[in-house]
Design a binder for this molecule. Structure first.
Ligand code: 2HA
Ligand code: ZN
Length: 278
């Protein structure tokens, strides 16, 4: 099978385009990665380049040894993914130590995998361990409202989680574990990857202060939906803060969250249900 005929690849391209249409990917902003199943990698193996050299990942992810990933390219624009996937994306395979990768397909005009490859792979590894292999998608985008909040709220997991939960009743059902916050750090390297993957053990989403958001999920729909839900909640909070500076006349209270958790069968940590003024 040709790579571009695969349903997994089609789903990846359509998610990338959805992110572009949301306005989350100015210029070359953001990146997306998908861990292929063994069956998906096998069915398109005929279309893979058999040669190619090994390149350093810039991080060590031994739990992902020999795994195959579809990722966006460094410096490539989400805007062009749908019209020219073969120039914008690549499929890579890790070596048996999880320290080097080889490109099997894509980047036909040259280039490298996403500059955030260490963060993507370390997040995949953290999720492989924490979620037993169910998660396959890691998504990084630059949605404006969640970024704006990193100038306004304390950079604390408990504050971001609680404020976003209050903005839409379904938020605690969509991300019951909460959301983590990484303080400002230089992007693209191992240090920010380590900080993010530490949070990803606990949460499915991590904010990068003054930069963007990382989300993890089992499918393209769930991961895109998580990014979308968080950004929508952030937009509502920005609207409220724009009008009143943050004061709320009424909101969802801790006892309301506890009732919701019971009805929707989710566990909400009491760490996020602290007492505060409205
Ligand atoms: O430009 O988003 O974090 C790609 C990025 C880097
Ligand atoms: Zn970014």
């Amino acid at each position: 099978m040709k790579v571009l005929e695969s349903n997994a690849v089609k789903g990846f391209i359509s998610m990338a385009n959805d992110g572009w249409l949301q306005g989350w990917h100015e210029r070359n902003g953001g990146n997306l990665s998908y861990r292929l199943t063994a069956a998906e990698a096998a069915e398109m193996a005929d279309d893979f380049d058999k040669g190619g050299e090994w390149n350093a990942v810039g991080a060590s992810v031994p739990q992902l040894a020999n795994e195959t990933f579809l990722v966006t390219g460094s410096g490539k624009f989400f805007r062009n993914v749908q019209s020219d996937p073969e120039a914008s994306l690549c499929i890579l395979r890790l070596d048996d130590k999880g320290e080097s990768y080889k490109i099997l397909w894509g980047l036909k005009n040259g280039g490298r995998p996403t500059s955030e490859l260490p963060a993507h792979l370390m997040n995949h590894e953290a999720k492989l361990i924490a979620a037993g292999g169910k998660h396959r998608v890691i998504y990084h985008a630059h949605p404006a409202n969640i970024i704006a909040l990193t100038f306004l709220l304390p950079l604390e997991d408990r504050v971001f989680t609680r404020e976003l939960w209050e903005m839409a009743t379904e938020c605690p059902v969509v991300f019951p574990d909460g959301i983590g916050v990484v303080p400002w750090m230089v992007p693209g390297g191992r240090e920010i990857a380590v900080a993010t993957s530490r949070l990803m053990r606990k949460y499915d989403a991590a904010v990068w202060a003054h930069h963007g958001l990382f989300c993890s999920g089992e499918s393209f729909d769930l991961t895109f939906g998580l990014m979308h839900t968080i950004e929508k909640a952030a937009e509502i909070l920005i609207k409220v803060m724009s009008v009143t500076g943050g004061a709320k006349r009424q909101t969802i209270q801790p006892e309301n969250f506890r009732a919701l958790a019971k009805e929707f069968n989710v566990t909400l940590s009491e760490d996020f249900l602290y007492d505060k003024q409205v």
